[in-house]
Design a protein around this ligand. Structure first.
Ligand code: TRP
Ligand code: ZN
Length: 872
């Protein structure tokens, strides 16, 4: 973060302006002297000139420069400006010693070196290392780090950094020191330091080639009963990466530290991951099934970064998706290989169609490889991560697993140990496979969500079926004109009775994945006896919106007969979407709306189908979210959507009451375990209860569900039911939960989330009251996100209240967070940026809050970038 006066506006950087660094750093030796009152950092680097200039410009923020030596001699030929240290008249090769003083204790931005409760820790990605020392803080400068940490031995018995511990010693004043060496050259953003007192869970993993790796998970004292799942997930990740990607771990030790104060999920620092404690700690009493799966996914994600991110890193931050898109793809495949592929795909697609599509349509729209950045922290987005992963997945679809893995192998042969670009990755994929990816690479530079409009024509005479596919990408704020993309379009044809019809084009049976490359293109299928039902965009084979005029009965046929689980689910979603759209239109005319009997029966059939996985059934019966539905309309009618979604739930509940009730009773499990089959049964049972909760007589069932629960999944499911259906038992249950768990912030997050998403009209009052809860603090990002993000993003009716009370509250919280933690503030503001999607009254109210923020003194670059682009 850089705070700016209004005359001194934060400057944008452009991808096209990339220049190689003026100097390279071979080795950096760091010495940290940790003290509550003052922390000293001495950085000694071996530097060589890498171009024409003998001036070295280092970046640094919030640093107090104490001393500067060149080749061990005091050097005074330098100039210090805002955020930059220019050092002049340097020889071609030299050692540079810089001593700085920093203040981790007052660092609430949680970037650089800071304190999380009693422990020191660091977060350097993206540009946090410059808050530790003046440096070439850019990812294409790779150095070998040796780090010595000195601190009080009693308060900080563990002193950790990257790589291997090479030396340690005691000092006579109750202090001690430890020295670490990381043999792998790395950019500064992968540096990490931790100092504190922990409990340690230790284990060992033997790699395929026989290397013994010590595994260590550091947690707050007393939490050892919450580490086994993280440890198991780590070992599963290491094994999976060997088997699926042929990649082995490369150090003798792998450490994970769990901290309570953390801006994101976790960080892949070489050999020393730092994790948000919510992605490590779990036992049956504190964690839900979803928490267990999240832990597995995030542990996997950070571990997979060791190759895709650390061994090959990014040349510049515009290339972020090189590591993040690819690593998300890898963690999605990991979760799919270990669990249900269909359920994972469905949940990833919901994220794309809801929040990612919304980001594409917002003033902050950007390609997966952005062209222009003011604050890099603003680009750790759904677009770079999730759409980035979809782009990798499309290459996987076009190449197939074998050729994709050949591409990965070539990528590492070419780029191991270096900082690469997205183009390098695509080139490796193309060269290894022989598949032409030249048009495909446009996915890296074009922003926005493409729209596929498909029409069909059956010709009795020629027995042919023609699919005509048109693509357009609506212009976005960052990019007016769009070009046709290479879209892998996965299709299957069904007869009206649900049999698969072979796809023959020009006399040849063709693959299911068609390549759409033109603005408009027709595919003519031969030997077709009667008009088929096309199953389109199977597996969500490209991150696009699809339009095809299905009849109800066609969708019911696909829902019943599609062999591909994702396509089956999607048919159900399209069916619901048709009715939701009708309902929202009917709302204005105050007309009634209802699902037809055929549709209800189709969903009843799914619910009762004994051949389907319960986890899958519960996905089919989960209707689209308010956020996803909002994306279907030019102007969002908040109340109409909320009302239609609620009536749909009430109608499903009353029509399928007997079936839901039977499910609820038959799916009881007496013991808790987290096998995928148990998780699936609990999901369907709790989903059934969530429908029943909309029928008044089930209030007591919900309360009994809470009282009888022997695990956190069922407890929070009961609370969720009581909360979303505004049951009278809600108050009592919420109180019971809070008195039981007020000492545990992570568990209380579930409670804060429910307060934030409370649909009742008293929600805002409840939220303000929750802020006074002993477990709440705006300084803790988990707490703030639980309470505030859930209000801003998952409480549409109250956040968008027509009196502006929700927006005004948001404006106040964001302003406070701008000072405390600009990164968190910047994530909170996203819903306000989307004001253009609402009616004039709401637009004005939202804009007023953005304008207030824009006029604020000390506005951080994070918010500056978003507010100015929204108001532009
Ligand atoms: N590289 C991290 C990940 O995706 C992201 C991350 C963790 C991060 N902490 C951060 C990004 C702080 C920006 C700021 O796994
Ligand atoms: Zn990542």
């Amino acid at each position: 973060m850089t705070t700016q006066s209004n005359e001194n506006k934060p400057q944008a950087k452009y991808r096209k302006d990339y220049q190689a660094p003026s100097h390279l750093i071979q080795k950096t030796e760091l010495y940290f002297n940790l003290n509550e009152e003052q922390t000293r950092v001495i950085a000694t680097s071996t530097v060589t000139q890498n171009g024409e200039s003998n001036t070295l410009s280092l970046v640094g923020e919030q640093l107090n420069l104490v001393k500067l030596l060149v080749n061990d001699v005091e050097h005074s030929d330098f100039e210090k400006k805002e955020g930059v240290l220019d050092i002049f008249s340097l020889p071609k090769e030299f050692t540079l010693t810089i001593e700085t003083e920093i203040d981790p204790v007052s660092n609430t931005a949680l970037e650089g070196l800071y304190k999380s409760e009693g422990a020191y820790c660091t977060q350097c990605e993206a540009e946090g290392f410059r808050r530790i020392t003046y440096f070439l803080d850019r990812p294409d400068v790779l150095a070998i780090y040796t780090t010595t940490i000195e601190a009080d031995k009693k308060a900080y018995p563990y002193l950790l950094s990257n790589g291997n511990k090479i030396d340690a010693g005691d000092l006579d004043n109750g202090r001690h020191w430890v020295k670490w060496n990381d043999p792998h050259p790395k950019p500064s953003y992968l540096f990490a330091l931790v100092a504190g007192d922990f409990d340690v869970d230790r284990d060992v993993f033997v790699t395929r080639s026989g290397r013994k790796v010590d595994l260590e998970i550091f947690v707050d004292k007393g939490n050892l009963d919450r580490t086994p799942h993280a440890m198991l997930s780590l070992k599963n990740s290491m094994k999976w990466d060997e088997e699926r990607f042929d990649l082995e771990y490369d150090l003798d030790i792998y450490m994970i530290v769990a901290v309570d104060f953390f801006n994101m999920g976790a960080m892949e620092n070489k050999g020393l991951n730092v994790f948000n404690s919510k992605f490590v700690l779990a036992n049956n009493n504190t964690a839900t099934d979803a928490d267990y799966l999240d832990i597995e996914r995030v542990i996997g994600h950070e571990y997979f970064h060791n190759w895709t991110g650390n061994r090959v890193t990014c040349r510049d931050w515009f290339q972020l998706s090189l590591k993040e898109g690819l690593t998300v793809f890898r963690d999605q495949e990991f979760s799919s290989d270990l669990g249900s592929r269909a359920v994972n795909r469905i949940s990833n697609v919901r994220t794309m169609r809801g929040p990612q599509f919304a980001e594409d349509a917002s003033p902050m729209s950007h390609p997966i490889r952005p062209e222009k950045v003011i604050e890099m922290n603003n680009f750790y987005t759904l677009t770079v991560y999730e759409k980035g992963s979809e782009v990798i997945r499309m290459m996987h679809t076009l190449l197939g697993e074998a050729r994709f893995q050949k591409g990965i192998k070539l990528y590492f042969e070419r780029h191991d140990g270096t900082a690469a670009t997205c183009d390098d990755f695509v080139a490796a994929m193309q060269d290894a496979s022989g598949v032409d990816l030249s048009q495909f690479s446009l996915w890296y530079s074009q922003s926005g969500t493409p729209q596929l409009s498909v029409t069909s024509r059956f010709d009795e005479q020629s027995k042919s079926f023609t699919l005509t596919v048109s693509q357009t990408t609506p212009s976005t704020q960052d990019q007016q004109t769009k070009r046709p993309l290479h879209i892998p379009f996965d299709v299957e044809l069904y007869s009206s009775t649900g049999e698969i019809i072979p796809m023959v084009i020009n006399g040849q049976v063709v693959d299911n994945v068609l390549s759409v490359t033109e603005e408009s293109q027709s595919f003519v299928f031969e030997n077709i006896d009667a008009a088929p039902i096309p199953s389109l965009l199977r597996e969500f084979s490209a991150p696009v919106k699809l339009e095809y005029d299905y009849s109800d009965s066609q969708l019911v046929t696909l829902l019943n007969h599609a062999t591909n689980a994702f396509a089956k689910w999607d048919a159900g979603q399209m069916l619901l979407a048709k009715y939701i759209k009708l309902g929202v239109e009917a709302y204005a005319k105050q007309a009634e709306f209802a699902l037809s009997q055929d549709v209800l029966d189709a969903f009843r059939g799914i619910l009762l189908n004994p051949d389907l996985d319960p986890a899958f059934i519960s996905e089919v019966l989960t209707i689209p979210s308010h956020n996803e539905v909002s994306g279907w309309f030019e102007t969002v009618n908040v109340d109409a959507i909320a009302s239609v979604l609620k009536s749909m739930k009430v109608q499903l509940a009353s029509e399928l009451e007997d079936e839901f009730s039977a499910m609820y009773h038959s799916l009881v499990q007496h013991n808790y375990d987290i096998s995928h089959s148990s998780i699936g049964k609990r999901a369907l049972r709790n989903l059934s209860l969530s429908y029943l909760a909309y029928l008044p007589k089930y209030g007591e069932t919900v309360k009994a569900h809470y009282d009888n629960a022997n695990n956190m999944t069922d407890k929070t499911a009961a609370l969720y039911c009581a909360n979303s259906a505004s049951l009278t038992v809600r108050e009592g249950l919420m109180e019971q939960f809070s008195s039981e768990w007020s000492h545990d912030g992570l568990v209380m997050d579930k409670w804060f989330m429910l307060q934030g998403s409370n649909p009742s009209s008293t929600a805002l009052q409840g939220i303000k009251h929750a802020m006074t809860h002993s477990a709440f603090s705006l300084k803790n990002p988990n707490r703030t996100r639980s309470l505030m993000s859930s209000f801003f993003n998952a409480n549409p009716v109250n956040f968008h209240a027509i009196d502006g009370s929700g927006y005004q509250f948001a404006g106040e919280i964001i302003a406070q967070m701008n000072t405390i933690n600009p990164q968190v503030a910047s994530r909170l503001i996203d819903p306000l940026l989307k004001f253009k999607r609402f009616d004039a009254t709401r637009q004005d109210l939202m804009k007023r809050e953005l304008e207030k923020l824009r006029g604020m003194d000390g506005l951080a670059a994070d918010l500056f970038e978003k507010v100015t682009s929204a108001l532009a």
